[in-house]
Design a protein around this ligand. Structure first.
Ligand code: PLP
Length: 394
């Protein structure tokens, strides 16, 4: 007899959140660990947004809002999508949730039935496969690697589509690879998608964090697909608002309505003060953060590529480096064998006090994810520690 439902029985805790918890406990015990495991900007929520949140509390804006979010925020998001992304949505098509993670779960619940397939390019963000399965569907993994800068090709997409395909997920810029789909690549994928009646779930939460390249939304270049495209975005990354829990989807009207109804019964309205803060944040993006991240990326990627056995493609967006470390597998650190990326990350944490996440969780076991959303000095120090660590490999 099973005490737990089949649905939750095989669910694994989020690998990134577990490494982060372990790291935080090492830090709490006094160890100077540099935490490159978590996808969380190190700068503060824009002051104006923070004060808007405080004002909401002191002004009594502390009650339930409509389940899909306040009209003011939904209108502001619709305006943002128009002016910044070239997308036309009515405020009713915007559903605000407790973070983009929550939004994505609502999306899968709203569109997937048992037995449906969702095409998921790997390396993928850890929560996608779990969420797809929780919604009763099956993730169909399409393996991508450095030969295509970790991007799914039109031929791979075409080959993965079956009569059971319900949706295709595209995360650009990508967590964990930092890959950004360029306009012509999106055009080529759109050409395939035009011939198949499937949803396209676009996770664009890192849209503002691109370096040397332009971010384009597939929804903007293929307006004829709008009836099947769901754009997901949030406030955590661009505005350093991870703790406020605020994300949203722009969806076809029927999907938006279903997501709102589901949300109204499952979690209810998102936090009123967070929504007030988010409304102000939308007009307070600080472009200086892009330069800061770009500089950190350059230092980290150069440092990683200087390590024997490590090879890192320069990411074009987000704030992660995703090097292939297969060259260190089979080596030893002071006698301890490194048989996997997990062993490598474990040793790096214990011996070099640098926290990173092994690639298994992202569907790519020979890689390691390093977040460069940490202070400049910490990046330089982490590179130095890794250099010393690698000198002891034999
Ligand atoms: N999507 C991607 C690709 C992410 O990396 C994250 C956060 O790590 C999220 C969605 C969810 O972010 P949040 O729930 O904080 O809005």
């Amino acid at each position: 007899e099973q005490r737990l439902s089949e649905r939750v029985r095989n669910i694994k805790p989020s690998a990134t959140m577990s490494v982060d918890a372990k790291t935080k406990s090492l830090v709490a015990s006094g160890q100077p660990v540099i935490n490159m495991s978590v996808g969380e900007p190190d700068f503060d929520t824009p002051t104006a947004a923070a004060f808007a949140g405080i004002r909401a509390i002191t002004n009594g804006n502390t009650r339930y809002t409509p389940a899909a979010g306040t009209v003011a925020l939904r209108q502001a998001i619709a305006r943002k999508l128009m002016t910044e992304n070239g997308l036309t949505y009515a405020a009713e098509q915007i559903i605000v949730s407790n973070g983009a993670k929550h939004t994505l779960y609502n999306v899968f619940v709203a569109i997937c039935d048992e037995g449906d397939e969702v095409i998921l390019p790997a390396p993928y963000w850890v929560s996608y496969p779990e969420q797809i399965e929780l919604a009763g569907a099956k993730p169909v993994i399409v393996g991508c690697d450095e030969s295509t800068q970790f991007k799914m090709t039109p031929a791979q997409l075409e080959a993965a589509i079956t009569p059971n395909t319900k949706a295709v997920l595209l995360n650009t810029p990508s967590n964990p690879t930092g890959a950004v789909y360029h306009e012509e690549e999106l055009q080529a994928l759109a050409k395939v998608l035009r011939n198949h009646d499937v949803y396209v779930v676009l996770d664009e939460i890192y849209e503002r964090l691109v370096y040397d390249v332009k971010q384009t939304s597939l929804a903007a270049i293929a307006p004829e697909l709008q009836d099947r495209v769901i754009v997901v975005n949030g406030f955590s990354k661009a505005f350093a608002m991870t703790g406020w829990r605020l994300g949203y989807a722009a969806a076809p009207a029927d999907v938006a309505k279903a997501m709102a109804s589901f949300q109204s019964h499952s979690t209810g309205s998102p936090s009123s003060m967070s929504q007030a803060a988010g409304l102000t944040a939308l007009s307070h993006f600080d472009p200086a953060v892009v330069e800061t991240f770009q500089h950190r990326r350059d230092v980290l990627v150069e440092g990683l590529n200087a390590l024997a056995g490590v090879s890192c493609l320069p990411p074009e967006g987000a704030f992660y480096a995703f090097p292939d470390i297969s060259g260190v597998i089979g080596k030893r650190y002071e006698g301890t064998p490194i048989e996997s990326a997990t062993d490598y990350c474990q040793l790096l944490l214990e011996k070099a006090l640098v926290a990173s996440v092994p690639g298994d969780a992202f569907g790519s076991p020979n890689h390691v994810r390093f977040s460069y959303a940490v202070a400049d000095d910490d990046i330089a120090e982490a590179v130095q520690r890794m250099r010393q660590f690698h000198q002891k490999l034999s």
